[in-house]
Design a protein around this ligand. Structure first.
Ligand code: HEM
Ligand SMILES: *[C@@H]1O[C@H](CO)[C@@H](O)[C@H](O)[C@H]1NC(C)=O
Ligand SMILES: *[C@@H]1O[C@H](CO)[C@@H](O)[C@H](O)[C@H]1NC(C)=O
Ligand SMILES: *[C@@H]1O[C@H](CO)[C@@H](O)[C@H](O)[C@H]1NC(C)=O
Ligand SMILES: *[C@@H]1O[C@H](CO)[C@@H](O)[C@H](O)[C@H]1NC(C)=O
Ligand SMILES: *[C@@H]1O[C@H](CO)[C@@H](O)[C@H](O)[C@H]1NC(C)=O
Ligand SMILES: *[C@@H]1O[C@H](CO)[C@@H](O)[C@H](O)[C@H]1NC(C)=O
Ligand SMILES: *[C@@H]1O[C@H](CO)[C@@H](O)[C@H](O)[C@H]1NC(C)=O
Ligand SMILES: *[C@@H]1O[C@H](CO)[C@@H](O)[C@H](O)[C@H]1NC(C)=O
Ligand SMILES: *[C@@H]1O[C@H](CO)[C@@H](O)[C@H](O)[C@H]1NC(C)=O
Length: 322
């Protein structure tokens, strides 16, 4: 984990002399942060991911998830990358992450490539933000100018990860509230959930829907019966639970709006996915229909929400907007 120490010192001095001054002093992110110091940062990150995708079609999905799980816990500070130590209880081992998040090796490869091109310049938190954007773009989704200049944290918050990260069995109200806690509204929730247009999930993340949903002894009634049979074949009731399946059954590795059309035919994989469409009277239903009908509108909202998510910082946790 490295951040540009000298830059920081200079920035702090600036702030002392120009109190109330420019964006630098308020720690604002900017797309041109590495223009002079590491101008090829984005293409270097893209190159490493493109290479990794050759033998791991899932890696882009895994990388965007790392950025999401980094940002929701005390802001985007790279802390999800920190290992256990005498002073650190890692976020990696928090319940939503342990034996689930992946991609650390590729992040290390990106860091190595960047250290060789521009030593000591690019923060790990920025690497995750750029990797998220490049992964979406490489999978056929939108690209955007990533805001940069995040500083790496030196502490982790496992409790924070357990509390703040949304879970697949939570109700829509709880999901909304966890997003609102980090300044993301209902449109952002639906758009960002669209990231489940690629990647995989383990049976433990949805198996209760297949056999004994919510203690009813029956499958989840909002699960398409054809899809139910497919999933029961993949996830035996008493299997290990680590079996994998695609989050998007129609176009598993492409970034598109099929996630939303799947929800319309009751083929969302996670309970938290299907709830966006199947919760009666919910304001998310219209948004799902809209994103399903207009992929471009989904992309626009997704980019907007990714920029908002990438801007979460420790200080604006609990700041509620909209
Ligand atoms: C709305 C609340 C969300 C919940 C409850 C949720 C939950 C989950 C779960 C349970 C998995 C599967 C984990 C496993 O079985 O190991 C997963 C995978 C994934 N999530 Fe989410 N997620 C949410 C939002 C998001 C957001 C906001 C993003 C990114 C913007 C995202 C991106 C992904 C991706 C890409 C994967 C697949 C990762 C891979 O294949 O390695 N999710 N999510
Ligand atoms: C940063 O680089 C981009 C792309 O080369 C260029 O369009 C932009 O004008 C540069 N901005 C600054 C502030 O140097
Ligand atoms: C965490 O541990 C892994 C495996 O031992 C290692 O490859 C990685 O570099 C470590 N990460 C940090 C941030 O120290
Ligand atoms: C994380 O998973 C590993 C392997 O299953 C397990 O040994 C460890 O106890 C788990 N960590 C926590 C904090 O539960
Ligand atoms: C860790 O996260 C929890 C829950 O979000 C929060 O209340 C707490 O202040 C955080 N701890 C630190 C040291 O940041
Ligand atoms: C969510 O916030 C965005 C701006 O960030 C805004 O365009 C959108 O209308 C808001 N949605 C809701 C439901 O408030
Ligand atoms: C699960 O059951 C509880 C208690 O019976 C009920 O309050 C809750 O709404 C149910 N959840 C779903 C998703 O059906
Ligand atoms: C799975 O385990 C439960 C509890 O032990 C048992 O009641 C059930 O019959 C088992 N299901 C199958 C398909 O073996
Ligand atoms: C279930 O999926 C089939 C296609 O596999 C579709 O024709 C049907 O409308 C879906 N049913 C529901 C209730 O969404
Ligand atoms: C990022 O957050 C800061 C406050 O922390 C705010 O002033 C700024 O407008 C935000 N930028 C974006 C693009 O959301």
């Amino acid at each position: 984990m490295s951040s540009s120490y000298h830059f920081t010192v200079i920035a702090l001095l600036f702030c002392v002399f120009l109190l109330g001054g420019g964006s630098l002093c308020r720690g604002q992110l900017t797309p041109t942060f590495y223009n002079e110091t590491c101008p090829y940062v984005s293409s270097i990150v893209r190159g490493v991911i493109a290479e990794a995708l050759q033998c791991d079609p899932r890696i882009g999905a895994s990388l965007i998830r790392l950025h999401f799980h980094d940002c929701f816990v005390d802001g985007c500070d790279g802390s999800i990358l920190l290992n256990n130590s005498d002073t650190i209880e890692s976020e990696k081992e928090a319940a939503p992450n342990n034996n689930s998040v992946r991609g650390f090796g590729v992040v290390d490869d990106i860091k190595t490539a960047l250290e060789s091109a521009c030593p000591g310049i690019v923060s790990c938190a920025d690497i995750l933000a750029i990797a998220a954007e490049e992964s979406v773009s490489l999978a056929g989704g939108p690209s955007w100018k990533v805001l940069l200049g995040r500083r790496d944290g030196t502490t982790a918050n496992r409790t924070g990860a357990n509390v703040a990260l949304p879970g697949p069995f939570e109700t829509l109200d709880v999901l909304k509230s966890k997003f609102l806690d980090v300044g993301l509204n209902t449109t952002d929730l639906v758009a960002l959930s669209g990231a489940h247009t690629f990647g995989r999930a383990q049976c433990v993340s949805f198996r209760t829907r297949l056999y004994n949903f919510n203690g009813t002894g029956n499958p989840d009634p909002t699960l398409n019966s054809t899809y139910l049979q497919t999933l029961q074949g993949i996830c035996p009731e008493n299997g290990t639970g680590i079996e994998l399946t695609n989050l998007d059954l129609t176009t598993p590795d492409a970034f598109d709006s099929c996630y939303f059309s799947n929800l319309q035919s009751n083929k969302g994989l996670l309970q938290s996915d299907q709830e966006l469409f199947s919760t009666s009277g919910a304001d998310t239903v219209d948004i799902v229909n809209y994103f399903s009908a207009y992929q471009y509108a989904f992309f626009v909202s997704f980019v907007e929400a990714m920029i908002k998510m990438g801007n979460i910082s420790r200080v604006n946790r609990n700041r509620r907007t909209n």
